[in-house]
Design a binder for this molecule. Structure first.
Ligand code: CMC
Length: 436
């Protein structure tokens, strides 16, 4: 962090002494005001529910300019990474700070590939779940259970443990997601195949059966890989902040990532892809394109509780660059599968067009986010709707790990311990039960 010559001065209207607060400049993005000494010097906290104006850490990993609609991983625009690199190169970049050269890539891919199997006991753990359990409930349990299977990588303060836990998590997430799916549909688990790419192997574990040969379609594999890349990291969002906070207590890496999985499940975050597709289905059932006007009316009615899922973002106040790439992938996948006239895709395009012209959405700067089109792509690939968020978790795992490692390596890191503005009852005496 570079200190600025400018200082912020905090003054109070009640005559309390004013306080100078240091300002820091990042390489890009807004400056931050350092309030760490505020409580010690003034006895006051700041109040910022939902972290609307609070930087919780400094980071070198991901940068978003929400007004421009720009997303950079380690400085590289997402548009360039999505076209020129595959997911494992992106993982390398997020973890180690630079894109790999050919030999670094070969070694990394080789390491990840040789950690894709999970301990055979995992399937007995999985068997404890109901077959109709939500995949995210299962994933939260499975990821957490990894800490019980890999005792040699549970010390978050040991860089070697963190490194091997990182490789294991990236390698095993596809296996776990595919196992969760196979368990739900009652098919045998398919073991990883080391001669396939990361995304190809995932599709093989998802869709192959022991009965016949399965060859993943290259266009669909590329689409899957792009979904992974677009979801790999997104700076200090809710699940990443959860992982950081959870890890800040010194808990093991698998437990911290499991906390991220749990947070991601919510419909305001990773669960939005599932919710967006369900929303499109609902509109379709009610009459499709002809019913968009009525649906938009409901969305604009604050009392309806209806939101346009896949629209809006805390940071993007412009088109989410991931949504543009996802829409492109959507075209490719639907063309490949001969589904150019897919009614949900047509409905989504029409809904987007109408919303982007509507004063309500324009005034609030609500644009499509990554989840608006990712559900259509995944559904076309054959991924069942409840598994969408689990795939987001698979892809985001690398971002969570990179952010966790960054935090542990930061000499300024402390256990996260927010404070509060207490507005409840002041001290009072307990009355005997007969008098209450
Ligand atoms: N549909 C209708 N109105 C909306 C929507 C929406 N999708 N999103 C925001 N608004 C309205 C909101 O009601 C508020 O209106 P007003 O100012 O009149 O009260 C205004 O826009 C500002 O919204 P906000 O709730 O203060 O914004 P936020 O930054 O707290 O919420 C959000 C961001 C993503 C939770 C929200 O836009 C949302 O719920 N979107 C739908 C869910 C979704 O698609 N989530 C995926 C996010 S991208 C994937 C990820 O990174 O996890």
């Amino acid at each position: 962090m570079t200190p600025s010559d400018v200082k912020a001065t905090l003054s109070f209207s009640d005559g309390s002494p004013q306080m100078d607060l240091p300002l820091y400049k990042g390489t890009i993005g807004p400056d931050v005001i350092d309030i760490r000494k505020l409580y010690a010097q003034t006895g006051k906290f700041t109040y910022d529910p939902g972290f609307l104006s609070t930087a919780s850490c400094n980071s070198t990993i991901t940068y978003i300019d929400g007004d421009k609609g720009e997303l950079l991983y380690r400085g590289y625009p997402i548009e360039q990474l999505a076209v020129n690199c595959d997911y494992l190169e992106t993982c390398y970049l997020l973890l180690y700070g630079e894109l790999p050269n050919p030999s670094q890539k070969e070694e990394f891919v080789n390491r990840v590939t040789h950690h894709t199997m999970v301990n055979e006991q995992m399937q007995f753990f999985l068997r404890g779940f109901r077959r109709d359990a939500h995949p995210m409930a299962v994933m939260t349990g499975l990821v957490s259970a990894l800490s019980a299977f890999y005792h040699d990588s549970t010390d978050i303060n040991n860089p070697e443990h963190r490194e091997i836990a990182a490789i294991r998590l990236i390698a095993k997430m596809p296996t776990l997601v595919a196992m969760a799916y196979k368990y739900t549909i009652g098919q045998p688990y398919v073991y990883p195949k080391n001669d396939l790419s990361y995304a190809g192997n995932f599709m093989h574990m998802m869709f192959a059966t022991p009965c016949e040969e399965y060859k993943p379609n290259e266009v669909l594999v590329r689409a899957m890989d792009r979904i992974f890349t677009l979801h790999a990291d997104h700076e200090q969002n809710a699940s990443t902040s959860t992982v950081r906070l959870c890890g800040s207590s010194g808990t093991n890496p698998f437990a911290a990532i499991a906390a991220g999985v749990a947070c991601l499940w919510g419909p305001a975050h990773g669960g939005a892809n599932e919710a967006a597709l369900n929303m499109l289905h609902d509109i379709q059932h009610q009459g499709g394109v002809a019913k968009i006007g009525e649906f938009i009316k409901q969305v604009k009615d604050k009392n309806s509780g209806v939101k346009l899922m896949g629209f809006g973002h805390r940071v993007y106040k412009n088109y989410d660059p991931r949504a543009k790439l996802m829409r492109e992938t959507c075209h490719e996948v639907l063309n490949e599968l001969g589904l150019q006239n897919d009614p949900l895709f047509k409905l989504a395009m029409e809904l987007e067009k109408i919303a982007l012209e509507d004063e309500y959405f324009v005034a609030r700067k609500l644009y499509p986010n990554v989840d608006f089109y990712s559900g259509i792509v995944q559904r076309a690939i054959g991924i069942p709707v409840p598994l969408f968020t689990a795939i987001f978790a698979l892809a985001r795992t690398v971002g969570w790990i990179a952010q966790l490692n960054e935090m542990i390596g930061d000499p300024e890191y402390k256990i996260g311990r927010p404070r509060q503005l207490f507005v409840g009852a002041t001290a009072r005496n307990v009355k005997p039960i007969a008098q209450r």
